[in-house]
Design a protein around this ligand. Structure first.
Ligand SMILES: N[C@@H](CCC(=O)N[C@@H](CS)C(=O)NCC(=O)O)C(=O)O
Length: 277
């Protein structure tokens, strides 16, 4: 901060910017524009951190937390644990789902759904490295994410939520008052169903590349790796490629991945220790 202030004092363009609004407005615009380019080299404005309401144990939330960090956007996080159904929260977000970002540019001021949030932020900040602009490449990322949310994730949820202590979805066996044996059967069936879509991510979407996005992890890769984190709670036997893939993402994204993943892993370790006790 102090460094910026010193620099501003020497830099005439920054000096104008630092003046109180009324005074700066009084300066003729033409004069400011006529300044030599070298002198007008002001520091680019720092992007404001993403205002994010989140739940630490959730991989849906981990997805956006990782992305915000990896993309260098920074995250101004509010822990929404226990507040998602409060009148204040639902007045803004009637779905009561997190992750949720707040952004003045949005028609309703808020946005939920992890993939939509990453798509919006990548579009807004021109983050093509994570979300390519070319229609065909982008279509593959979108397809992978929709396939994940619509097909893989429901199996992962049915297999892991009973062990994570998360409520299951209405209309499913796990949510009903069926006999525990029936619930266990349903959980096992969901666990068995994971293998097929998982292999599709490997053989079709990665197609020999390190990541779905190619050489670098895309938003679809962040979404997939985060999702697979939950499988540790049921000791799911991940295939070798998936273990290597997750390790490669963590290596590539470093702390941006490890920090939010640590919250999910910590929660899993906690529920497992409770189950043993
Ligand atoms: N498809 C959504 C799922 C979001 C979701 O299920 N969020 C849960 C946490 S994992 C939540 O916020 N639940 C709080 C509530 O329903 O009150 C996404 O990818 O963002």
């Amino acid at each position: 901060m102090a460094k910026t202030a010193t620099k501003s004092a020497k830099n005439p363009a920054a000096k104008v910017a630092a003046k109180p609004a009324a005074k700066a407005a009084a300066k003729p615009a033409v004069k400011a524009a006529a300044k030599p380019a070298a002198k007008a080299k002001a520091k680019p404005a720092k992007k404001p951190a993403v205002k994010l309401s989140m739940l630490k144990p959730s991989v849906n939330n981990m997805t956006v937390r990782v992305f915000a960090r990896a993309a260098g956007l920074g995250a101004d996080e509010t822990d929404a644990w226990g507040h998602t159904r409060s009148p204040e929260f639902t007045a803004r977000n009637p779905s009561h789902l997190t992750p949720m970002i707040e952004d003045k540019g949005l028609p309703r001021g808020v946005l939920w759904e992890s993939c939509a949030i990453m798509q919006y932020l990548a579009n807004k900040h021109g983050l093509e490295k994570f979300y390519p602009k070319a229609p065909a490449k982008r279509a593959m990322i979108d397809s992978a994410m929709f396939y994940l949310v619509g097909t893989l994730y429901p199996y992962v949820a049915r297999a892991t939520y009973p062990f994570l202590g998360f409520p299951q979805y209405a209309g499913e066996v796990g949510h009903s008052d069926a006999h525990p044996d029936k619930k266990s059967e349903a959980q096992k069936a969901a666990m068995a169903a994971i293998a097929e879509p998982l292999e599709v991510f490997h053989s079709f979407f990665r197609d020999g590349k390190p990541f779905i996005g190619g050489k670098n992890p895309s938003i679809a890769d962040i979404r997939l790796a985060a999702t697979l984190e939950f499988l540790a709670v049921v000791d799911y036997p991940l295939p070798k490629w998936a273990k290597e893939y997750m390790a490669a993402i963590e290596k590539k994204l470093g702390k941006a991945y490890a920090e939010p993943a640590g919250d999910v892993r910590g929660y899993i370790a906690y529920v497992r220790s409770q189950a043993k006790a």
